[in-house]
Design a binder for this molecule. Structure first.
Ligand SMILES: Cc1cc2nc3c(=O)[nH]c(=O)nc-3n(C[C@H](O)[C@H](O)[C@H](O)COP(=O)(O)O)c2cc1C
Length: 190
C-alpha cells in the first residue's frame, strides 16, 4: 500500500485546498505520488463496495490529444470561433498531469447515483492528498467529460461517466480564496 502524504490538521487541509491552475506545466510529478492520489481516492465511502472509480493519467503529448478531442467536441456542437478552439486544443497543457477520474456504469439507477457520489468523494480525497503533498490542483469538467473519444483515450469502457478532469501540478502561485457562506443548519432534536 502506498504511503499517503500527511497533514497536521484536516481543517487546515480543507481550507488550504483551492481550485488553482497556477502551476508549472512542465514540473514533473513523481509517479508514486500520482499513485498515492489514486489510492487516497479509493478510500472514499462506497456503498456496497462497488469500487466504481476509474483513473487515467494523461501526460506529455497525450494532453494535446485530449485538447484536440475537446476542440472536436466543440466543433461538433457548432462552435466555430478559432480563438476558442485553439485555446481548447492547448488547455490541458497547462498542467503536467491531467488525472481523469471516471465512474463505471451500473445497470441499477440507484446504485449509479451512489457510485457517482462515491467517485466525487474520492476526488475530494485525491485533491486533499495533493494539497497535503504541496501540489496545486483543479477539478475541471466541461465538454471533454462527455465525449466517447475521451473515454477511449483514457482506456475507459464506453459507458464510463467522467466525473473529474483534474489538473495536478507544482504550484507557481496561490489562487484567490473564494469565500463560503456559513452553513444553514437545522438542528432537529424532537
Ligand atoms: C463537479 C465539479 C466540476 C467543476 N468543474 C469546473 C470547471 O469545469 N471549470 C472550473 O473552472 N472549475 C470547475 N470546478 C471547480 C469550482 O469552480 C471550484 O471548486 C469553485 O470555484 C470553488 O473554488 P475552490 O475549489 O477553490 O473553493 C468544478 C468543481 C466541481 C465540484
Amino acid at each position: 500500500m502506498t504511503e499517503l502524504p500527511s497533514a497536521d490538521s484536516v481543517g487546515d487541509l480543507i481550507r488550504q485546498r483551492r481550485t488553482n491552475l497556477r502551476m508549472d506545466p512542465d514540473g514533473a510529478i513523481d509517479e508514486a505520488l500520482i499513485a498515492s492520489l489514486c489510492e487516497a481516492a479509493v478510500w472514499a465511502p462506497n456503498h456496497k463496495l462497488t469500487e466504481p472509480w476509474r483513473f487515467a493519467v494523461i501526460r506529455g503529448s497525450a494532453r494535446r490529444r485530449l485538447g484536440e478531442a475537446a476542440a472536436r467536441g466543440l466543433m461538433d456542437r457548432g462552435v466555430t470561433d478559432p480563438a476558442r478552439l485553439e485555446k481548447t486544443r492547448h488547455k490541458y497543457e497547462r498542467a503536467p498531469v491531467i488525472l481523469v477520474v471516471g465512474c463505471a456504469a451500473n445497470e441499477d439507477p440507484a446504485r449509479r447515483l451512489e457510485d457517482r457520489d462515491a467517485v466525487a468523494a474520492g476526488i475530494q480525497n485525491l485533491l486533499l492528498t495533493a494539497t497535503a503533498a504541496g501540489l496545486a490542483s483543479y477539478w475541471g469538467t466541461g465538454i471533454a467529460a462527455d465525449l466517447a473519444e475521451v473515454n477511449q483515450l483514457c482506456g475507459f469502457e464506453p459507458d464510463t461517466a467522467i466525473v473529474g478532469i483534474n489538473y495536478i501540478g507544482v504550484p507557481t502561485g496561490e489562487a484567490p480564496v473564494p469565500g463560503r457562506s456559513a452553513p444553514v443548519v437545522n438542528w432537529v432534536d424532537s
